[in-house]
Design a protein around this ligand. Structure first.
Ligand code: NAD
Length: 487
């Protein structure tokens, strides 16, 4: 089998198998071929992973942040040296074209290890608080055993975005990748050990929605960081709340991308295409509601259609391919159902909507799709589709578009294209979202915080802000005189 790992899980520094777990088949989305067979974690495997993490964490936390950071930075170097191999694995895991994975997946994971490896020594400081003759100081302390649960769209990136800040802050992690993409995280665990990470600090176990609760409910787990859908987020946050555990929730969205009539249209179209078709549309922060000011609507749609129909669809391992298949047949069926709903509810199909010609029909390919004349009430404008389906809506003025952009339970991201710098800042100021872009879309370098508001979640990944979510403050009051008690 093309991508069979040594075993299903990576615990305490080594590969571990337990064939009693349910079989998880890893399918290459471009061909439908089974490329690996793994097993979901049994309760015994879950226990073993958490016990290893719990045992290893105190010694790791006692190391200096510089020493911890050195290991993470070495892991970043190894990831860069092995970028081609890791990118090919990511393409097999997800079906995303190598043209993308080679620049966006292991590289962004490596950025994360490099960044957190570097800032650990500078950003984990506390405060000194003068109190007259007394004083207090604060310490940022790790939480202990943290659980990461991943989605299938960026398996390696998610494994690193959770692992790097957790480890930099002195925690241990047990990571469960999505059952659709079980392969990448195992390699990350392997590389961390090669870089010198002590055993037990970064463990990977496989499993599906029934395995997740075993991790979330475990009494030795202090924190859960989930990347997934809103319904899953509600379940996981609810379970964590029952035991008052820390949580980070990176959930879904239906983000607005607003194009004013003074915008550079080629850039706005490029931004809208990146924000709907990159990774075959399977990106949480996508700007799936594209509001275009009426005066430029026809020009926008004509050029968008032309550029969309020129997208190269095909074998993801071919470097010329720009759009690969969707991650699974189930996900594609879901997207086709939304396309049918869009047509039935009166949206105008500008391009796409079907299966492209000249692709492997056993793969889960879908044409990049654009709907115009979409209205706010349509299902395709309200629900997250999570596929390459762009909805173009018209608007007339600024106040109207801001109100409509905010009329959603989601609040992950937003984008504004305009040449008017004052308007750009005024609009982003009013949009309810966690991450916003002006005259670009979907850029998420590790230096900037990423995360959502409203039902898109809470907590932030990346940037120094992420360290706060993997630590808590300890306050120490120091008395310099005698205790004066009234009794
Ligand atoms: P999903 O919610 O179905 O699954 C996410 C993960 O949660 C999987 O590993 C799954 O096994 C696990 N899980 C499911 N039920 C669980 C439970 N009850 N307890 C514990 N774990 C459970 O999501 P998906 O289909 O894998 O990914 C797509 C979704 O993820 C989309 O909604 C997308 O917007 C979102 N997403 C968000 C971000 C972000 O950073 N905000 C990034 C990528 C994807």
């Amino acid at each position: 089998m093309k991508a069979q790992p040594k075993a299903s899980h990576f615990i305490d520094g080594e590969y571990v198998e337990d064939t009693a777990g349910t079989v998880i088949e890893s399918v290459y989305p471009a061909t439908g071929e089974v490329i690996a067979r793994l097993h979901a974690a049994t309760p015994a495997i879950v226990e073993r992973a958490i016990a290893a993490a719990k045992r290893a964490q105190p010694e790791w936390a006692a190391m200096s942040p510089t020493a911890r950071g050195r290991i993470l930075k070495r892991a970043a170097e190894i990831m860069r040296e092995r970028n081609r191999e890791l990118s090919e694995l990511e393409t097999l895991d997800t079906g995303k074209p190598i043209q993308e994975t080679i620049v966006a997946d292991p590289t962004s994971g490596a950025d994360s290890f490099e960044f957190f490896g570097g800032v650990a020594a500078a950003a984990l400081n506390g405060d000194y608080i003068p109190l007259g003759q007394d004083f207090a100081y604060t310490k940022r302390v790790p939480l202990g055993v943290c659980v990461g649960i991943g989605a299938w769209n960026y398996p390696q990136q998610i494994a690193c975005w959770k692992g790097a800040p957790a480890l930099a802050a002195g925690n241990a992690m047990v990571f469960k990748p999505s059952e659709n993409t079980p392969l990448g995280a195992l390699k990350i665990a392997e590389i961390l050990v090669e870089a010198g990470l002590p055993k037990g600090l970064y463990n990977v176990i496989q499993g599906d929605r029934s395995t997740g609760p075993l991790l979330v409910n475990h009494p030795d787990v202090a924190k859960v960081s989930l990347t997934g859908s809103v319904p899953t987020g509600k379940k996981v946050a609810g379970a964590a709340a029952a035991e008052l555990k820390h949580v980070t929730m990176e959930l879904g969205g239906k983000s607005p991308l607003i194009v004013f009539d003074d915008a550079d249209l080629e850039s706005a179209i490029g931004g809208a295409m990146l924000g709907n078709f990159y990774s075959t549309g399977q990106v949480c922060s996508n700007g799936t509601r594209v509001f275009v000011q009426r005066k430029v609507k026809d020009a926008f749609l004509a050029r968008l259609k032309e550029r969309t129909e020129a997208i190269v669809i095909g074998d993801p391992m071919d470097e010329a391919t720009q759009l690969g298949p969707m991650v699974s047949r189930a996900q594609r069926d879901k997207v086709f159902a939304y396309i049918e709903k869009g047509k039935a509810e009166g949206a105008r199909l500008v391009t796409g909507g079907g299966i492209p010609n000249a692709v492997n029909t056993d793969g889960t390919y879908i044409q990049p799709t654009v709907f115009a004349d979409v209205t706010d009430e349509m299902t395709i404008a309200r629900e997250e589709i999570f596929g390459p389906v762009m909805c173009v809506l018209d608007f007339d003025d600024e106040a109207e578009v801001v109100a409509r952009a905010n009329a959603t339970e989601f609040g992950l991201s937003a984008g504004v294209f305009t040449a008017d710098i004052t308007r750009a800042h005024r609009v982003v100021d009013q949009i309810e979202a966690g991450t916003l872009w002006i005259n670009t879309y979907n850029l998420c370098p590790v230096e900037i915080p990423f995360g959502g508001s409203k039902q898109s979640g809470f907590g932030r990944e990346n940037s120094v802000a992420a360290l706060n979510h993997y630590t808590e403050l300890k306050t120490v009051y120091v008395a310099m005189g005698k205790v004066e008690a009234p009794y």
